[in-house]
Design a protein around this ligand. Structure first.
Ligand SMILES: [Fe+2]
Length: 384
């Protein structure tokens, strides 16, 4: 049996109005002048207004600085500029506030604060990364779960390729999950980000790594999404549903320390080459991958079906999978997530480039069954 690390270490403050605790928590973490890292879409939103009210205006309350230049798929300069803003503002901690991109940049900026000459492409896992500035992560979407992750995905300028920077020291010291902050998310984005969380739970549960703790978390995450996502899409002000989705998203990301599968390998190129939203790309590919996996390993999804509330305890493995997959296909369709890739501008002429990147993507290494280039081509064609 190989050695495995089971790790669930992020203190998480959850609940409507939890953001009000932020000033006291900053003090407890020794942060007197935080740098808020976010993207340019956030400052005009009610969520950001809540943050401003909580931190206070200059001269009253917390003395804080702002970097709001994070790109949707974050680039290296977002990280270097954040680190510069931190130094110029003589800050002593980071608040990453926003979707997955802002959280990833906030996490990674601390590496350059410790080592200003670092080129992210040359990140050395074995260097001494202790003593990074304390980080508080506050998500304003419920999907990526980046707030509880220990990696950042940053596009390197010189190569135009995404670099995954992974280190346990990147973890936040505190996560605040406050459904008041996701209230304003429009239904389409709520559905797409929620589908990302669902995909994390399903792919991490079915990835073959031995991790029963993550398996339990993943299945409960599925149950939460099935219950809460339709409600959050129907009524954005349903704070109970919003809160459950925030927790489900964090659970999905905790679970995928096990790793992911072929759906993410199909989805990543759809974002980098065709500009699709990551959650949408996952939603459009999930069902075809489930069918592919189930044909080769029947019974894979029986417990996913039970987590969905389906009566699939008895019956053959193939039947349990079929019922579960049909239910999830209907679930995604009811959220407006059943369109074809071509409806989102993906062209058949892009197929070979998509397949090449999907094959190179590391996620499918932990898919429950092997996936070849020919399989990836057929999977794309089935949803094109
Ligand atoms: Fe994802």
């Amino acid at each position: 049996m190989s050695l495995t690390t089971f790790s669930f270490p992020t203190p998480t403050l959850f609940g409507a109005g939890a953001l009000a605790e932020l000033p006291a928590r900053l003090t407890r973490l020794g942060i007197r002048r935080p740098l808020v890292v976010t993207d340019p879409g956030l400052p005009p939103t009610p969520a950001f207004k809540l943050l401003q009210q909580t931190l206070g205006v200059a001269g009253q309350g917390t003395d804080w600085r702002l970097y709001s230049g994070v790109h949707p798929n974050p680039i290296e300069s977002d990280v270097t500029e954040s680190a510069q803003a931190y130094r110029q503002g003589q800050c002593d901690g980071v608040i990453a506030f926003g979707g997955g991109s802002a959280l990833d940049v906030g996490k990674a900026a601390r590496l350059l604060i410790k080592r200003p000459a670092l080129a992210l492409a040359d990140f050395d896992y074995n260097a001494d990364w202790t003593g990074l500035p304390p980080l508080v992560c506050i998500p304003t979407t419920a999907g990526t779960g980046s707030e509880v992750g220990r990696s950042s995905v940053i596009t390197i300028a010189a190569t135009h390729r995404k670099k995954v920077v992974f280190h346990p020291e990147l973890l936040a010291r505190l996560v605040i999950l406050d459904p008041e902050l996701t209230r304003g998310l429009p239904p389409k984005l709520t559905a797409a980000t929620g589908a990302d969380a669902l995909t994390h739970c399903i792919e991490s549960y079915t990835c073959p790594t031995f991790h029963p703790m993550c398996d339990g978390i993943a299945l409960e995450g599925v149950r939460l999404v099935i219950d809460a996502l339709p409600r959050a899409c129907r009524n954005g002000n349903d704070l109970d549903a919003r809160g459950r989705m925030l927790v489900a998203a964090a659970m999905g990301a905790v679970a995928f320390q096990k790793d992911l599968g072929a759906t993410h390998s199909l989805a990543h190129p759809l974002s980098t080459l065709c500009g699709l939203h990551h959650g949408l790309a996952n939603a459009l590919c999930l069902i075809t991958v489930m069918r592919f996996n189930s044909e080769r390993q029947p019974g894979l999804y029986r417990r996913v079906g039970i987590a969905c509330g389906l009566d699939v305890m008895k019956g053959t493995d193939a039947e349990a999978d079929r019922v579960t997959i049909e239910f999830l296909a209907g679930f995604l369709a009811s959220l407006g997530l059943a369109s074809k890739l071509r409806e989102h501008g993906v062209k058949e002429s892009q197929l070979e480039a998509l397949v090449a990147q999907a094959v190179e993507d590391p996620c499918h290494a932990t898919n429950p069954v092997p996936v070849t280039a020919a399989d990836f081509r057929n999977l794309y064609l089935s949803v094109l």
